[in-house]
Structure formats: structure tokens, C-alpha cells
Ligand binder design. Structure first.
Ligand SMILES: NC(=O)c1ccc[n+]([C@@H]2O[C@H](COP(=O)([O-])OP(=O)(O)OC[C@H]3O[C@@H](n4cnc5c(N)ncnc54)[C@H](OP(=O)(O)O)[C@@H]3O)[C@@H](O)[C@H]2O)c1
Length: 273
């Protein structure tokens, strides 16, 4: 298959691109830091900023010129913003939505006409466990991933008649993310009333990522997903306790569920605190 992948310069995107290349697919990878075209990573890399329409159009042309036809698009580009709901600025919310949600919308709009014309195409969108439940101090990211989840449901219904299938990949914590994409809100000052809880919460978030699942295994799973005759619409790739958190979120009363999550993230004396 000829597969476009965004956000492939690091983390889960890079591991997935490597797995796809190992499986013999022709990979066209995009990220801002691929400032020059290169193939030394084992696949074709070209510059792509998913927040910039002109960059997407240029990347789309490069991908078509390189591969002729695109069979699948995998969306991995994403950034995280850590901060309280009160202090994360509207501009920061916009920036996260622009990258994590609208980035996917724009890239899909570039490739959907080709997929419709060839009456075939596969789109894999990286959501997150945060697309299903909220985690304190990750509201911008959580909102963007919830947007991705809702958008994907609409997209699947609209494009199925054209032979296009959609898959939401919902990773739990993986040992892969780069600190460069884990911004802290500029709105939080030293004397913030949220400072203590924020410090506790972000320690748990960092600990869970550092002790998360193997990114190579996730890459392999995504490659195998794309090779299935039919892709499932939702695939959660997470540890047993993160699976359980989602199940509990769906069945417990919200107040009890919020107490459990708050206690996990915000009570001192756990993990490496
Ligand atoms: N790591 C985890 O535990 C985890 C858990 C759940 C979900 N996810 C999801 O998995 C995906 C990858 O996350 P990660 O943590 O593994 O990756 P990461 O190491 O944080 O890398 C993020 C990637 O996104 C790219 N990117 C950021 N802004 C971009 C833009 N405007 N245009 C194009 N590319 C952009 C970066 O490349 P450049 O800076 O070069 O552009 C980089 O390749 C994300 O969608 C994330 O939400 C990750």
C-alpha cells in the first residue's frame, strides 16, 4: 500500500512509519522538522505543517508525485497542553484544536477527493484514551481528542458509500512521546491556586508515560490493522488498567468516576511522588 503518515518525526508516528516500512509499504511521512526531502529513515519524508493549508497542499502534491496513488492516510501529528481549565488561555486552546483536530480535518480534505475518485481508501486517526474520558490538567488535549472521536463517526457514515473506511486508534500511555510537544500553559503563575494539584497531576502523567506500553508493538498493531480486509472502527491500544478506566467511565455514576480519577491523579503519596 502507499501510505501517508503525519507526525512521523518522533514518538508513535515514527514507530508506526517504521513498522509500515518494515511491512513493505511505501510510506510518505510528513512533519515540520522534515525540512528537506529525505529517505534515510527507510521511507520518504517531506515537510508538513498540519496547521498550514499551503503546506498541506504542497505535501499532497509531493505525495501524489512520489507514489501515484495514496491508499491510506494515518494521522499521528499531535501536541499536548498541560494546564488548568481556568488558566489555559483561549489562544492555547485554539492552538491545540488547530493542530490535533483541524490538522486532521485539513489533511483529510486534501486526500478525500482522490480516495473518492479511486473508490477506495483507509484513514487511521490517532485519538487517545483522552478522547473517551477527561484527565485533570489536560483539558485542551482532551477536548481536541473528543472532537476527533465525534468527527470520525460522521466521516465514517459520509464516506463509506465511496469505499472509504475510517479507524480510530485510541492509545493509552506509551513510552514514546517527546517532551518538546508537552507544553505547559503560559497562564499559570508561580502563585497559582492550582500549582500543588498541577504538580501532583503532571508527575503522575509523566510517570505513566515513562512506564507506558511499548511503542514498537503499537506500530506493529497499526500496520496489521491497515492490512486487514476490514478495519474495525475503534481500536484501543492500552494497558489493562486503562481499558478498565474506560469501562468504568461508561458504567459508573459520573460523580463516583470523577472521585476515582481525581484520587488517582491528585492525591499525594502515590507512584513517584
Ligand atoms: N505517547 C502517548 O502515550 C500517546 C497516548 C495517546 C495518544 N497519543 C497520540 O499519538 C500521536 C503521537 O503522539 P506522541 O506522543 O507519540 O508523539 P510526539 O513524540 O509528541 O510527536 C508529535 C509529532 O507530531 C508532529 N507535529 C506536531 N505539530 C505538528 C504540525 N503542526 N504539523 C505536523 N506535524 C506536527 C511532530 O513533528 P514536528 O515537530 O517535526 O512537526 C511529531 O512528529 C498524537 O496524536 C498523540 O495525541 C500518544
Amino acid at each position: 500500500m502507499n501510505i501517508v503518515i503525519t507526525g512521523a518525526s518522533s514518538g508513535l508516528g515514527l514507530h508506526t512509519a517504521q513498522a509500515l516500512a518494515r511491512h513493505g509499504h511505501r510510506v510518505i511521512a510528513g512533519a515540520r522538522s522534515f525540512t528537506e526531502e529525505r529517505e534515510d529513515l527507510g521511507f520518504f519524508c517531506a515537510t508538513l505543517d498540519v496547521t498550514d493549508q499551503a503546506s498541506i497542499e504542497h505535501f499532497h502534491q509531493k505525495a501524489i508525485a512520489y507514489a501515484g496513488q495514496i491508499d491510506a492516510v494515518v494521522h499521528c501529528a499531535g501536541i499536548l497542553m498541560l494546564g488548568s481549565c481556568e488558566e489555559t488561555t483561549p489562544e492555547e486552546y485554539l492552538h491545540i484544536m488547530d493542530t490535533d483536530f483541524l490538522g486532521m480535518v485539513r489533511v483529510n480534505q486534501a486526500f478525500l477527493p482522490d480516495m473518492r475518485a479511486q473508490h477506495a481508501g483507509r484513514i487511521v486517526m490517532f485519538s487517545s484514551i483522552n478522547g473517551l474520558l477527561g484527565i485533570p490538567f489536560q483539558s485542551a488535549y482532551t477536548a481536541a481528542k473528543h472532537a476527533v472521536e465525534g468527527y470520525a463517526e460522521c466521516l465514517q457514515m459520509e464516506t463509506k458509500p465511496f469505499g472509504i473506511s475510517i479507524c480510530l486508534v485510541e492509545p493509552g500511555d506509551h513510552r514514546s512521546g517527546s517532551e518538546a510537544y508537552r507544553h505547559h500553559t503560559s497562564g499559570m503563575k508561580a502563585d497559582s491556586p492550582y500549582r500543588h494539584a498541577f504538580t501532583l497531576g503532571t508527575r503522575v502523567i509523566r510517570y505513566d508515560e515513562n512506564h507506558g506500553s511499548d511503542p514498537d508493538r503499537l506500530g506493529e498493531k497499526v500496520a496489521k490493522l491497515l492490512e486487514r480486509r476490514r478495519m474495525p472502527f475503534r481500536v484501543r491500544i492500552a494497558s489493562a488498567d486503562q481499558h478498565l478506566a474506560v469501562v468504568l467511565h461508561d458504567i459508573l455514576p459520573p460523580s463516583l468516576n470523577n472521585r476515582i480519577l481525581s484520587s488517582y491523579y491528585l492525591k499525594p503519596g502515590k507512584k513517584n511522588r
